[in-house]
Design a protein around this ligand. Structure first.
Ligand code: PLP
Length: 388
């Protein structure tokens, strides 16, 4: 019996790629297997462990048998804590009915694109971009319209983005601070994009995964700007701010009509987030200690150390204004193919990085390096770069 037809996956799932980071991990593991030590700057996780007060809250929830179904949109005290945080820190005023708890930023973004794009709708985003975005757009039936970040050198963001708007444009995806570039859109740039969205009647999906990791200026949420309350979907995660990448928890704030669609998607996909993790998130978001400020300060010397070492090695590198990555231009030192540059750097120095091309063709000629590592590892990286 021929079963090949029966096991054919849906055409729709073929629109989704798979992480190219796996290729890098395999190269790293092969080197480690061959007895070489590797300085791993290819990751995207906070260097610090999850804060104790968050872990304690999760443990307490388990001990109190908070292990049953909870409302699929989130436990009420967490929704209330998020409402307060959004008002105080993001200047986004939204009742709890416009907030939902999701399984991390990735799930929040998946639901946001699914809730808004129809077949053929265009989604504009600045690129290099966080890798999954292109797939999330196409899986929702949309067409990805990447705009090179470099066009913002010397031109206003709204003007550059405005040139890409067509009758099929439905939304603009904004990621500030940006992974992988470390760029931050200023308040006036965000105001320009907001005016564009209002004038051209577009939605904005704002990915604020790195809201607490800003190095030069305070973070601005585009959803707080004039005219943006209803037309912005803002996606947050606890992954980076609270070292909770494995907790898989975040939250989304959106207009009621869009929230209704997102609620249906959450109900039909995960039916909510693990209940004990939600209690951990409640402790994290209600926290009034100086955890976030201390975390930011711990990142600063790491950023300086790696930035100085990369520049001393002759790589051109803009100082990142946010997030925890450097994105140096490596064409002259390591060649213009970023996959070959990644392999070359790994073989010559033992430093693992991510090729810029993984973040879209606009990232070609660059490598992404995380400075979210213990200081000793960054010292080793600096020493290895001196030998380049
Ligand atoms: N958005 C950006 C820009 C990211 O870099 C990440 C994670 O690396 C996410 C969203 C999603 O993170 P998570 O799904 O862990 O919340």
């Amino acid at each position: 019996m021929n079963q090949t037809e029966a096991i054919r996956p849906s055409a729709r799932t073929r629109r989704l790629g798979f992480s190219e980071i796996v290729t890098i991990r395999n190269q790293v593991l092969a080197m480690v297997g061959a007895g070489r030590s590797v300085i791993r700057l290819e990751g995207g996780e906070p260097f610090a462990p999850t804060p104790d007060f968050v872990k304690e809250a999760i443990k307490r929830a388990l001990d109190q048998n908070q292990t049953r179904y909870a409302p699929s949109s989130g436990i009420p005290p967490l929704l209330e804590a998020v409402r307060t945080k959004l008002a105080e820190r993001n200047r986004i005023e939204a009742p709890a009915s416009r907030i939902i708890v999701v399984n991390g930023g990735a799930h929040g973004l998946f639901c946001s694109f699914q809730a808004t794009l129809d077949e053929g709708d265009e989604a504009i985003f600045l690129s290099p971009h966080w890798t999954p975005i292109r797939d999330l757009v196409s899986y929702a039936g949309g067409t990805a319209v990447p705009v090179p970040w470099r066009e913002l050198d010397g031109a206003a963001a709204a003007e550059v983005i405005g040139r890409r708007i067509t009758p099929r444009t439905r939304l603009i995806y904004v990621n500030t601070p940006s992974n992988p570039t470390g760029k931050v859109l200023s308040r006036s740039e965000l105001e320009g994009i907001a005016r564009l969205a209002v004038d051209r009647d577009l939605l904005v999906i704002s990915d604020e995964a790195y809201e607490d990791l800003v190095w030069e200026e305070p973070h601005v949420s585009i959803g707080s700007l004039a005219g943006m309350e209803r037309r912005t979907i803002t996606v947050f995660t606890l992954s980076k701010s609270f070292s909770l990448t494995g907790g898989r928890i975040g939250y989304v704030v959106a207009d009621e009509a869009i929230m209704d669609a997102i609620r249906r998607l959450v109900l039909s996909s995960t039916n909510g987030v693990s209940t004990p993790t939600q209690f951990g998130a409640l402790a994290a978001i209600s926290d009034r200690s100086d955890h976030l400020a201390r975390m930011r300060e711990a990142f600063r010397p790491r950023r300086e150390l790696l930035l100085d070492a990369v520049r001393a090695a002759g790589l051109r590198c803009e100082a990142p204004r946010g997030a925890f990555y450097l994105f140096p231009e490596v064409r002259e030192r390591l060649g213009k193919d970023s996959w070959a540059a990644m392999t070359g750097l790994l073989e010559r120095t033992g430093i693992a990085t991510v090729p810029g091309a993984v973040f879209g063709s606009e990232g070609e000629g660059h490598l992404r390096m995380s400075f979210s590592m213990p200081m000793e590892v960054l010292e080793q990286a600096a020493a290895a770069l001196r030998r380049l």
